[in-house]
Structure formats: structure tokens, C-alpha cells
Design a protein around this ligand. Structure first.
Ligand code: BMA
Length: 854
């Protein structure tokens, strides 16, 4: 009876809940229907893409028809006027292009109906850079900043048949006139212009000072009113609720009544009646979400996103609508004084997050040709390597929206620099006003993205001013120095933080990365540090274990790109070490020398290009792998590691972990493992070898740690195992092996293999060697490779009868190996997926190991 009674109450509850659900679904449907009906009634604003017309390009010596006006080099390339800019040493042959004035022009027709709109505007989302724009003979715009957009009212100037002409001055001419006009001497010329600094050449990039209409250009015609901006400002967020202000900016041409409808994820949540006044109108609508799904960085949870849509409805018609996407999360940068100095870490939704990632540079010298696919490859590959942060470095550009959207969706936090790098600034009134507008536009554009967690004033300007001897090398008087430093503080310590505070009040501002130069001990006690003593200072890799700051925002070591990439920019006769063509694709003043010197210290130095390329990659992976492991072991003293650099802008020998074509170097595979949520790592004390487990996981767990001492014949010499409790978000020594385990063994012939297991499945593993790889007494292995057709290509199984180091798989086909450059033990069945569309058999797979290059 009792049971029955309970059952019927529960049953009634279910019926009621079911009924309520039906009702909810019904009302939801009605809302969506209502919304769809409204869409149908939308008053059509019109947008005409001007790049769809046929443009001519001309200078004093060249004239070509029917080109894309996005970029002068790409336009000339498309017409066969120039050769491929990245091939061989074409860079130096193509410098003439950037010295000239270039004109893009076209005739275009516009439907009369467009002209009748209340507002007719010409919108340039970006002009690179010094452009004068003429519409039907009238000069309507002079642009001087690549990072700004330009909206010109062309009602009255635009007709049915039109002619538009965009004349680009050479940036070199602009620089010369700035100098003549008496603007202070800056360390580098690119400081006089608001154009991507890397266009002028960098220690990983060529010089192509290009020009063009680099972002969309269109005619926009609208009536009555237009939504200008929707900002979902998070006022309060925790597990229980999110309070959000939807700030709406709307421009109106006349007084009008209407209503805003606010949708969250297609559900109508608010309606507000308003009276618009001519000009800009601002409104706020508040939302409250109970038990919100939070946005989490990769590895800590789902990066959940919410969509807000604002519709403006007037006279029964939708006048305009705008949709933004955001994620609810809190981000704090915690700088707490402690026994070392001051912490520097990101706390997301109340949890301290160890930042794992890399520095990002522009993905091409000619940005208009970079499509969504490339951005997808970059962000996907960052995520595959277990990253949760990228730093958009200040010598490139503020990226396109798609970049941040992908970061939002993949839980990749963005450390966003303003575009200033390694230079001083002119600081005059016009310059400051120009930059202020640039900052407002970009901060506004990016502020809905949950991924953007920090704005930083510049890259290495503070460090350079205090440590690079510019005062002397540029012969600055005391008075010059005072003026230049004043220009610095006005920009980075006053104007930019004010813009961030006003337009993205929840986002942390950091004046300069790094905060202190690596030559000072204080650099390792607080703030972020760029640690370049390894590479620039030629210090040994082991220094990575000694010089650990609170947040390692840069450090790096070069590696060569895949041979396929070298083949793509060379002819067969260029493919030897020391060829002038290879040298043209190494931009660092002592790049080859540094690689050579470190290689000699650690590895055998092969004479032929292919083997040298392979070893240079192992070397890079070893150095940066060591650094990452040391940084992670030092948690929570150190709470972030971003190596230099993720990607390339052309095919080059550089610090990147994947190259211009997206081909992973050995480093990217090493990073994937070193950034995994669980990592096994070794270090040594005076008398022990210590085994560490580092966990970035949000929950604690139990596991078993096994270690074995083996020799290169594959014989097991000693072993041990222990149960370990892995605390969440921790770095712990889980075992210490006395150094006397090596007694009686030749350290060049043995190594330790460690494994972390849970219910016999492998969570992480690591080999630890006692001497440099060049001293390893490796034994010739017998390696076998089996190939099986799989869904996206092939499943490759690799086995060996002797331990191998640095096993590289390669194949004469395009594709992607899920793992590569790994160590392999006898008895292991290493399974690698090779994604490809091509047909292969086992003989096509080539194998190289360290043994082959002794
Ligand atoms: C860092 C960066 C870049 C440079 C790199 C390698 O300091 O900020 O300016 O390319 O070093 O030298």
C-alpha cells in the first residue's frame, strides 16, 4: 500500500513534468515561429561587395587587368608579372614592388534602389595602409592605419555608374617624409607607420612591405536605423548564476519608436520598447542565467558558448539584427606577493590554471590569401597538442574574427598584444589619436570572445629600452631619452589601459611582455619573462631547469622544417647545407651557427642535408621539451609556459613547432606529450633521480607508477613500481631512485623507462637518458612496419627488437602522422595513424632513427 501510494505520487509528478515540458516546447516553438515570421519581414538593408568587380592595378611601370585588389604581390603573382615570392631567393628580387605607388581601380554599377536608402556608406574593413580613396573623382578618404576600419558616407557621391580608385603610397615614402618632418629618430623605421611590423622583415620572416585592400570592402545601404554593436558584458558569473548586460549601440537617421527583442540561444528572453533619437543611441538589457554552463579552457571542461541575438523591430518590421557569441567565465590574473616575489597566474572560474601554449605569429606574409581552413588547422593543431593558451604576438596583426571564434570553441585562451614590438613610438598627437582609435576598434571587436583573457601593451619594448643599449646605438641625448620614454608611458601606461578599462572593463591589462628583462634576477621572481639565455645567450639546455620564472611567456630554439617543405622552395641543386638558397630561408643572424653549436654539444652532426634536418628537429624538440617539463614541474611557482613560436609565415628555418604548410616538426609531437594533462618527468638531485607526476586534471586519481632500468640491447636490469595518488592540479615527486642503481653499468648504454598506468592502460610515459644522445651506445635495431587500411588512411604498426631513439616515419605522400619522432622499446606495438587520401603499401614508409645518423 505504502509502496503503491508512493508510486502514484511519483507517477503524478512525472505526468505534471511531462505536461510542463510539452507546454514549454509549445511556447518555444511559438517564439521561434514568431522569430522566423519577423525575419521574413526584415527591411532589406543592402550590401554590395566591391571586390566582386574587375579591378585594374597599375604603377608607373606595370598595368594589369582583372585582379583581386586585396594585395599587390598576390595581384601581380596572379597575372604572372612576378614569380612566387617564397620560392628560392625571390624575396630579394621582388623588393621593387614595395618601393612604388600602386593604384587599384574599378568601374562598378549600383542599382538605383540602393541609392535611395537613408544612408549609403562605403566600408573598408581594412586598408594596408597609406591609401587615398577617390570616388567618381572626389577624394573621399585618406587612410593611415592598417589596423583600423573606415566608413565613409557616400550618399550624394555614389551614382548608378561609378569609378573608385585607391592609391597606395609606398610606406617607405611615408617613413622618409616622417623623418624629414623631424619626427624623432626611432630604433627601427617600421615604428613610424601603423602597419604590421613583421612586413618589414623579422628574424623568422622575409621583407614584403605589401599594400592592398586587405580586408572586405563594400557599399552598405540602410534605412531608419542600424545596429552598430552588441556587447554581452558579464557583470557576475559563478556556478549558480550569470548576470549579463547586453549593451546595444544603434545609429538612427531619424526619431522613431520601436522595440528590441533579445534572444538567448533562439529563445526570446526580453522585449524593450524604445524611442530612438537621430545619431547614436545606447541601451542596456539585462539577462540572468541560472546554473549557467561555464566556458572552460581546454582540459578543464567544455568551452560552452551562448548566443545572443538582438532584433530591432519598428512598425511591424525588423529594421536590423545582430548576433554575438560569448561564454561565461571569470578570469583573474593573480599577482599575490609571496616568498619569491609575486605570483602571476590566470584563475578561471575560481581555479588556478597552468597556461600551456605558444606564441602565435601571422600565418602568411600575404594575409588576404589565408582562408578559414588554415585558421582551423592552426587552432586544431594547438588543441591536439593539449594547449590552452596562445599569445598573439605584438609584431603581427589583430587577427580576424574567425581566429578568436575558433579559440572560443576550442577552449584556447588568448593573450592578446597590441601591435607594438621591439621599437619606440613617435608619440605625437596625430599618432596617439590614430592609435587610440585603433585600440578602441579592436578592443570593441574582440570583447565578446571568452577566449580573450588579457590585453598586453607591447612585445619587448620595455625590456629593449632598459637592456638593449638603444640610447647609445641611436645616439639619444638625455633629452631624447626623456621624450621617448614619456611617449612610451603615455601610450602603454596611460592611453591603452584606459581604453581597455573603458571598453572591456573585465579584461586584465598588462603593459609589456616581458615585464622585466631576463638578465635581471627579478625577472624570475614576478611577472612574465622571455627567457632567451638559451639560444641568444648560447647557454646550455640545462639552464631551462634553473631559470624558471612565474610565467614563461617566451623561450625557444630553432629547428628545420620537414624536407618536403624545403623541397617546395628549392631546386634540387639548392639542397645542400650552406647553399645560398637555404641561407635565404634562415633569417636569424647566427641561426645556423647556433643550431650547429648546440648540435655539436648534444648530437652527432650529420653532413648531409636530410640527416641534418632530422637531427635539428630532435635537437629542438629535446631543448623545448626539457623547458616545458621543467616549467610544469615548477608548478605552482611557475604557472604558465608559452614557447616561441607556434607557426610560420613562410617556409623557413625557425623556432616554430609546425611549419608554413602545417607540417609538424618533431617539436610539436613532443609538445603534445609534454602538455598532456598527465605528465611523467625526471630530474636529478645530488644523489637521486626523481620521478615526477604533473597533473592539470580537475580531479585527483589513483595510478601505478612503474620504472625499469634497461640497456640498449633491450635487457631489463632493474625495475620497481608503486601506487601513487595523483592530486588534482599538482606537481609531485612520486619516487626517488638512488644514483647507485647505476653502479656497475655504463651510463651511455642504459636508460630508465617510466610508465604511469591506471587499470593497465597507459596514462603517460617517459624515457630518461643519462648522457647526451651523441654518446648513446645504440645497437642496430631490426624495425618492422606493418600497414593496414583504416578509415582515414592507414594504421601503421611499428615494432623493434632493440630500443630505438627518435624514430621518424616518412612517406612520399601528403598526409599526417598521429605520432612521430618517438622512442620505441622491444615488445611495444606502436600504432600510428597516417591520415591520407593516397594509396600506399608498407614499402612506402621510410624509417629513420638516431642509430642511422651516428
Ligand atoms: C622574441 C620575439 C621575436 C623574435 C624572437 C626570436 O623576442 O619577441 O621578436 O622573433 O624573440 O628571436
Amino acid at each position: 500500500m505504502f509502496f503503491n501510494f508512493n508510486f502514484s505520487v511519483a507517477g503524478l509528478g512525472i505526468v505534471i513534468r511531462f505536461f510542463l515540458l510539452l507546454l514549454k516546447t509549445f511556447f518555444m516553438r511559438i517564439k521561434i515561429l514568431f522569430f522566423v515570421m519577423l525575419i521574413g519581414l526584415q527591411v532589406s538593408a543592402q550590401q554590395i561587395n566591391l571586390k566582386s568587380f574587375q579591378w585594374n592595378l597599375s604603377s608607373d611601370s606595370v598595368s594589369v587587368n582583372n585582379v583581386d585588389p586585396s594585395d599587390v604581390y598576390l595581384a601581380l603573382l596572379s597575372k604572372g608579372v612576378i614569380d612566387k615570392p617564397f620560392f628560392r631567393d625571390n624575396e630579394k628580387k621582388l623588393q621593387w614592388v614595395s618601393k612604388k605607388e600602386w593604384t587599384f581601380e574599378t568601374n562598378f554599377t549600383i542599382d538605383k534602389s540602393v541609392l535611395n536608402h537613408d544612408k549609403v556608406e562605403l566600408v573598408f574593413e581594412g586598408l594596408d595602409t597609406y591609401a587615398s580613396v577617390y570616388l567618381n573623382g572626389a577624394k573621399i578618404l585618406v587612410a593611415d592605419n592598417m589596423f583600423r576600419s573606415w566608413i565613409v558616407d557616400v550618399k550624394g557621391v555614389l551614382k548608378e555608374r561609378n569609378h573608385i580608385k585607391v592609391v597606395f603610397d609606398s610606406p617607405f615614402k611615408v617613413i622618409e617624409s616622417a623623418k624629414k618632418a623631424g619626427v624623432w629618430k626611432l630604433p627601427y623605421d617600421y615604428g613610424y607607420v601603423r602597419k604590421a611590423p613583421y612586413h618589414f622583415g623579422w628574424d623568422w620572416g622575409p621583407t614584403f612591405v605589401t599594400c592592398g585592400i586587405w580586408r572586405p570592402v563594400y557599399i552598405r545601404a540602410w534605412n531608419n536605423a542600424k545596429l552598430k554593436d552588441v556587447y554581452a558584458e558579464q557583470k557576475f558569473v559563478d556556478k549558480k548564476k550569470a548576470e549579463v548586460s547586453i549593451n546595444i549601440a544603434m545609429e538612427a537617421v531619424k526619431k522613431q519608436k520601436g522595440a528590441f527583442l533579445l534572444f538567448r540561444d533562439d529563445e526570446l528572453i526580453k522585449k524593450r520598447k524604445v524611442n530612438l533619437q537621430p545619431g547614436e543611441n545606447r541601451f542596456q538589457m539585462d539577462d540572468r542565467v541560472t546554473h549557467p554552463k561555464l566556458w572552460w579552457p581546454n582540459g578543464l571542461g567544455e568551452p560552452h558558448l551562448y548566443r545572443y541575438k538582438v532584433l530591432f523591430n519598428s512598425g511591424g518590421k525588423i529594421v536590423d539584427s545582430m548576433e554575438v557569441q560569448t561564454g561565461f567565465r571569470t578570469v583573474e590574473v593573480v599577482q599575490q606577493p609571496d616568498s619569491i616575489g609575486k605570483s602571476f597566474y590566470f584563475k578561471v572560474n575560481g581555479i588556478p590554471v597552468f597556461a600551456k601554449g605558444a606564441n602565435y605569429i601571422p600565418p602568411d606574409n600575404f594575409l588576404p590569401r589565408v582562408g578559414n581552413k588554415k585558421y582551423m588547422q592552426i587552432i586544431t593543431d594547438a588543441k591536439k597538442a593539449n594547449m590552452n593558451m596562445l599569445r598573439v604576438w605584438g609584431g603581427g596583426t589583430y587577427e580576424k574574427d574567425i581566429f578568436y571564434k575558433l579559440c572560443d570553441e576550442n577552449g584556447i585562451m588568448v593573450w592578446q598584444d597590441f601591435m607594438f614590438a621591439c621599437n619606440m613610438n613617435p608619440g605625437d598627437t596625430a599618432f596617439m589619436a590614430n592609435v587610440k582609435q585603433e585600440a578602441i576598434e579592436n578592443v570593441t571587436r574582440l570583447r565578446n570572445h571568452p577566449s580573450v583573457v588579457l590585453w598586453c601593451g607591447n612585445n619587448e619594448v620595455d625590456e629593449a629600452w632598459h637592456n638593449w643599449g638603444w640610447q647609445k646605438s641611436n645616439h639619444y641625448s638625455d633629452e631624447d631619452s626623456i621624450r621617448l620614454w614619456h611617449a612610451y608611458t603615455s601610450l602603454f601606461e596611460e592611453m591603452l589601459p584606459e581604453v581597455v578599462k573603458q571598453y572591456a572593463p573585465q579584461t586584465f591589462y598588462w603593459p609589456s611582455s616581458p615585464s622585466i628583462g631576463w638578465g635581471h634576477k627579478e625577472a624570475f621572481q614576478s611577472g612574465d619573462v622571455h627567457y632567451w639565455e638559451v639560444w641568444w645567450g648560447k647557454a646550455p639546455f640545462v639552464n631551462y631547469e634553473k631559470k624558471i620564472g612565474r610565467f614563461m611567456s617566451e623561450y625557444g630554439f630553432q629547428g628545420m622544417p620537414d624536407m618536403k617543405t624545403i623541397d617546395a622552395f628549392t631546386l634540387p641543386e639548392d639542397r645542400f647545407l650552406g647553399s645560398i638558397i637555404l641561407d635565404a630561408h634562415q633569417k636569424h643572424p647566427f641561426g645556423w651557427e647556433a643550431i650547429g653549436e648546440y648540435m655539436k654539444r648534444n648530437y652527432p652532426v650529420p653532413a648531409n642535408l636530410e640527416d641534418y634536418d632530422y637531427v635539428s628537429q630532435l635537437l629542438q624538440a629535446e631543448g623545448i621539451g626539457m623547458a616545458i617539463e621543467a616549467h610544469r614541474r615548477a608548478k605552482p611557482r611557475c604557472m604558465g609556459t608559452l614557447y616561441w613560436q607556434l607557426n610560420d609565415c613562410w617556409p623557413v628555418v625557425s623556432w616554430s613547432s609546425f611549419d608554413y604548410y602545417g607540417r609538424w616538426k618533431a617539436l610539436h609531437y613532443t609538445v603534445k606529450k609534454a602538455y598532456a594533462p598527465l605528465m611523467v618527468s625526471f630530474d636529478k638531485t645530488v644523489d637521486t633521480f626523481r620521478l615526477w607526476v604533473v597533473s592539470d586534471e580537475p580531479a585527483s586519481r589513483n595510478a601505478v607508477l612503474k620504472w625499469s632500468l634497461m640497456n640498449f640491447r633491450g635487457i631489463l636490469l632493474k625495475s620497481g613500481s608503486s601506487k601513487v595518488l595523483i592530486e588534482r592540479n599538482s606537481a609531485t615527486v612520486v619516487a626517488a631512485l638512488n644514483k647507485n642503481i647505476l653502479t656497475g653499468y655504463d651510463t651511455a648504454s642504459v636508460f630508465i623507462h617510466a610508465e604511469l598506468l591506471s587499470d593497465d592502460s597507459l596514462l603517460a610515459d617517459k624515457n630518461y637518458y643519462f648522457v647526451a644522445p651523441k654518446e648513446f651506445k645504440l645497437i642496430k635495431p631490426d624495425i618492422s612496419v606493418m600497414l593496414k587500411k583504416a578509415k582515414y588512411g592507414y594504421l601503421i604498426t611499428v615494432t623493434t627488437n632493440k630500443p630505438v631513439v627518435g624514430l621518424m616515419l616518412s612517406v612520399n605522400a601528403e598526409g599526417f602522422f598521429s605520432d612521430n619522432y618517438f622512442d620505441l622499446l622491444p615488445g611495444e606495438n606502436k600504432q600510428v595513424v597516417f591520415e591520407t587520401n593516397e594509396i600506399l603499401n608498407a614499402n612506402d614508409i621510410r624509417v629513420k632513427t638516431l642509430f642511422d645518423v651516428r
